[in-house]
Design a protein. Structure first.
Length: 590
């Protein structure tokens, strides 16, 4: 491709490509304001969206990590493409003809993909030959249909040391390229190479652009390891990919959540049964790379790992990563001895779907699982169980949701509610106290606004019903020492005048500090506003105000000397205590 031709096609692609549409294929964008959309940044782990797309300017930028650029830069970073590959991908999408290249494409990733495509064809061909009957019988014995075999491009590697090696050599593939792709392994002692995958059913690992980035192999007979994956290559990283994600992404969007299982056969069996939103890790623990991949399509996950000790441990490790990245997580526990593959074959898809729908919120699952492993007849066992649960519970940023689990935990462990609540407050405090200074600096003062204030403001801005209900119940004193007071007063004035309440309108009527608060709060991910949440947050602010007043009275009691003044203060303290105790329990956790 000549320099002028390349420049021309780049400009044509740039003029026709829609950055918002491209990014939407990978991330669930939410409208921010005007032509801007926001999402969690895919290039660094974060809980609060700092990644913005400007549809008018056709640029993206992350205020958290400073990454930005145009549509080409986004594809290059996200798909780990070189510029020519990103250009070709976009040109194909928009039907823009590409001039013929005068030289073959280069780059290690491209060479690995090229070798993988030849290997994929070889593995699939072996399954159709008489020599592949053993592997085919294994698949059919597991209930896998020919249609599913074709859809997932399943193949097999024969029981030999050089079948693939010879096939690639006959096609002109250099031995070093096959080693780079992880298809051949090299003996250190002799330097000779041999097929990495032997006597195995082969599952191609395909990315979101339908490229075979790697392979997984399941031994057909006896032997170790039972499952073998491609090693890390320029095209494949186990910690950045999920098996089945290309097949599952549309179903994940449709269902609103992903089903996370352990193995290839679990994914394939579930998809064959119509549960098409299932994906699996690739022989590694759940990572922040997996989180970024799932965040493109959903922030809800149902975890369904095998019901053995290893499966329970994997569930806990996955929960930690998911919770730290703001996912809503439920857990499904199947009967002992039944993984998702076996369960759906024996019990049917509808029974499995009912299991998914009845999955326990992760805190309840952990509480019941932990309670089953401790002797709760004594104090020591109860304390040990509670200490296991609290770190997970403390990861929830929403105080109302945290408090909602207290009664359940107390009931299962046989501990008084107030003790669980106090321990939870301490756990949350310790967790926040451990934030790194860099994190606080990057947040640009986000901790100034409490969770209750932030959620109350969002609820009132997003829902007219919440606005009216909260304003009806709000007392003047509730805004005392409240950091969103200026914003709420403007909202109240607009409602009284019968005028529309919007972020731009409110932002135009407040000072710089309040505008910074409302802009930051508007960017935070949150579920739809509810009356219950709005009222609970208002009560949390009221509880904090009353507690402050109680503290002030106590200080005055310690300094006054007159008996009549002491009596007045004591009566006022009793009244405040009565009002605090009358508030809903959830409001007492801020």
């Amino acid at each position: 491709m000549g320099g002028r031709e390349r420049t021309d096609v780049v400009e044509v692609v740039r003029s026709q490509a829609d950055l918002r549409a491209i990014v939407s294929d990978y991330l669930p964008l939410k409208k921010s304001s005007g032509s801007k959309y926001r999402a969690l940044c895919p290039f660094h782990a974060e809980k609060t969206p700092s990644f913005y797309v400007d549809a008018d300017k056709q640029l993206f930028y992350c205020f958290g990590c400073g990454t930005g650029g145009d549509v080409f830069k986004f594809l290059m970073l996200y798909e780990k493409l070189e510029f020519p590959e990103a250009l070709k991908s976009l040109a194909t999408r928009y039907g823009i003809p590409m001039p013929e290249r005068s030289a073959p494409e280069s780059g290690e990733r491209h060479r690995v993909l090229s070798v993988n495509r030849r290997a994929l064809s070889y593995f699939r061909d072996q399954l159709q030959r008489p020599a592949g009957d053993r592997a085919l019988r294994y698949l059919e014995g597991r209930g896998i249909t020919r249609e599913t075999i074709s859809r997932f491009q399943i193949g097999c590697a024969l029981d030999g040391w050089s079948g693939l090696k010879e096939s690639l050599a006959s096609a002109g593939v250099a031995e070093d390229q096959a080693v780079l792709a992880g298809l051949l392994a090299r003996k250190e002692e002799t330097g000779r190479t041999y097929d990495r995958f032997r006597d195995r059913v082969i599952f191609p690992i395909v990315n979101l652009t339908d490229e075979p980035i790697g392979f997984g192999g399941r031994v057909i007979g006896s032997g170790e390891p039972k499952y073998l994956n491609s090693p890390e290559t320029p095209a494949f990283s186990k910690g950045e990919n999920l098996y089945g994600i290309g097949f599952a992404r549309e179903a994940i969007r449709k269902e609103g959540y992903a089903v996370l299982v352990e193995g290839y056969m679990d994914v394939i069996a579930l998809h064959q049964a119509g549960v098409a939103h299932a994906v699996a890790t690739l022989g590694t623990g759940f990572t922040t790379g997996h989180v970024r991949l799932l965040k493109r399509f959903t922030d809800r996950v149902v975890v369904n790992f095998d019901p053995d000790a290893a499966g329970r441990a994997a569930t806990r490790r996955s929960l930690e990563v998911l919770l730290e990245n703001g996912f809503e997580v439920n857990v499904v526990a199947l009967p002992a001895g039944k993984d998702p593959d076996l369960f759906v074959r024996e019990e049917g898809a509808e029974t499995y779907r009912r299991r998914l729908q009845s999955g326990l919120p992760y805190i309840e699952f952990l509480t019941r699982d932990t309670a089953g492993r401790h002797d709760l007849s004594g104090t020591r066992g109860k304390v040990a169980a509670l200490n296991e649960i609290l770190p997970f519970l403390a990861r929830l940023d929403n105080p109302v949701r945290r408090a909602g689990y207290v009664e359940m935990i107390a009931t299962i462990l046989g501990i008084e509610d107030r003790l669980v609540l106090q321990e939870l407050k301490d756990a949350v405090h310790d967790r926040r106290k451990g934030l790194k200074p860099a994190t606080l600096s990057a947040a640009r003062g986000a901790s100034v606004v409490s969770e209750a204030e932030s959620r109350l403001l969002r609820s009132m801005m997003d829902s007219e019903d919440v606005r009216r209900a909260v304003l009806d119940e709000m007392e003047d004193g509730d805004l005392e020492a409240c950091r969103i007071a200026d914003v709420l007063r403007v909202v109240r004035d607009l409602v009284v005048k019968g005028e529309e309440v919007t972020y731009p309108r409110v932002a135009s009527m407040i000072g710089d500090d309040a505008r910074d608060i409302i802009t930051r709060v508007a960017a935070l991910p949150h579920p739809p506003a509810t009356l219950e949440e709005g009222r609970a947050c208002l009560m949390a602010l009221r509880a904090a105000r009353l507690q402050r007043q109680m503290g002030d009275i106590q200080k005055r009691l310690e300094s006054v000397g007159k008996a009549e003044e002491t009596d007045d203060l004591l009566r006022l303290k009793i009244e405040l205590k009565r009002r605090i105790e009358a508030l809903p329990k959830a409001s007492q956790l801020s």
